[in-house]
Design a protein around this ligand. Structure first.
Ligand code: IPM
Ligand code: MG
Length: 354
């Protein structure tokens, strides 16, 4: 039986970019079976819950999950807040599926270097953020209001085990490329960061083929705009990784281009993963055929490589994206003066190069 992919289009531009991605996956000749389910605001409207039990059950049965995007202004005020798409669907999905390793490559495509806010050579960065995804302040308890609502509390918790396994994931990634890891923390202030640093140091001693260094998060934010080419792999905790990966993506020129993988432990010898673009649901352009499907299409390529084990199909897709861009195909977000094409036309441009 071909591997089963749970397809979760979600909200906003999610359904459009996922539609183009399925077109590309079929054209690339990847042997996959697809099953679709509701998530996010769309699921909340239809079933009263942003992560219905059927959706979670499908994801647990599947070999991989392909996700569009969730959320939008329509659901920003849903009560209780735990029923909002981001908190009620994305976070529990990550936790339930054990997706502790979030891999976010930020690579400038040479065809689009002029879209970067940095000029010349500086714009040509190629780094990967390895972000811990199921711990830290996103999940720590208690999270509550006290003092009649006048005081709010979030808790940051990390265990040594959580830091060890994400460091292992970063080492695995680093071995496939420059073998340099910068571990980012706030060890001058936070106890969780001191545990983080101590744990990373132990791993560094056990893995002498990898060059490790530490950087404080505020300095890292600054170094990313000063000289992003100094980085190979950035290893960091949940919230720092959230912030730094947005910053890094902007330097590549477009949020619309960047894929991501959220990986768990291996299951039946294969690495289970959820694959999604790093951009959100972009409600302002939803349903208008204006979205850029490339981030989702490249996420599908990561899925083929990491979970399905079909790197040949992944290579074909990545090269077709490159050729479509070479030929001048541009959606509105990356057009600089050139006429823009729509989401479906970008999908077609990529399919025609497969
Ligand atoms: C991301 C998003 C999410 C996060 C939000 C929507 C909960 O910003 O995937 O980066 O903070 O993890
Ligand atoms: Mg984010």
């Amino acid at each position: 039986m071909p591997p089963l992919v749970a397809v979760l289009p979600g909200d906003g531009i999610g359904p459009e970019v996922v539609r183009e991605t399925l077109k590309v996956l079929r054209a690339a000749g990847a042997a996959l079976e697809f099953e679709e389910a509701l998530i996010g605001g769309a699921a909340y409207d239809a079933t009263g819950h942003p992560l219905p039990p059927e959706t979670l059950a499908l994801c647990k049965r599947a070999d991989a999950v392909l996700l569009g995007a969730v959320g939008g202004p329509k659901w920003d005020k849903v009560e209780p807040p735990s029923m909002r798409p981001e908190v009620g669907a994305l976070l529990p999905l990550r936790a339930e599926l054990g997706l502790f390793a979030n891999i976010r490559p930020a690579k400038t495509l040479p065809q689009l270097a002029d879209a970067s806010p940095l000029k010349g050579e500086d714009a040509l960065m190629d780094l990967i953020v390895v972000r811990e995804l199921t711990g830290g302040i996103y999940f720590g308890k208690p999270r509550e209001r006290r003092d009649g609502g006048e005081t709010a509390l979030d808790t940051c918790v990390y265990s040594r085990h959580e830091v060890e396994r994400i460091t292992d994931a970063a080492i695995e990634v680093a071995r496939t490329r420059g073998k340099r890891i910068v571990s980012v923390d706030k060890a001058n202030v936070l106890e969780t960061s001191r545990l983080w640093r101590e744990t990373v140091d132990r791993k560094a001693a056990e893995n002498p083929d990898i060059e490790f260094s530490h950087m404080l998060v505020d300095n890292c934010a600054m170094q990313l705009v000063r000289n992003p080419r100094q980085f190979d792999v950035i290893l960091t905790e949940n919230m720092f990784g959230d912030i730094l990966s947005d910053e890094a993506s902007m330097i590549t020129g477009s949020l619309g281009l960047l894929p991501s993988a959220s990986l768990g432990a291996s299951r039946y010898g294969k690495r289970f993963g959820l694959y999604e673009p790093i951009h959100g649901s972009a409600p302002d352009i939803a349903g208008q055929d204006k979205a850029n499907p490339i981030a989702t299409i490249l996420s599908a390529a990561m899925m083929l490589r990491f979970t399905i084990g079909d790197s040949a199909a992944a290579d074909r897709i990545e090269s077709a994206v490159g050729k479509a861009l070479d030929s001048g195909a541009r959606t509105a977000d990356i057009a600089r003066g050139e006429p823009a094409i729509g989401c479906a036309a970008m999908g077609d441009a990529i399919v025609s190069r497969l």
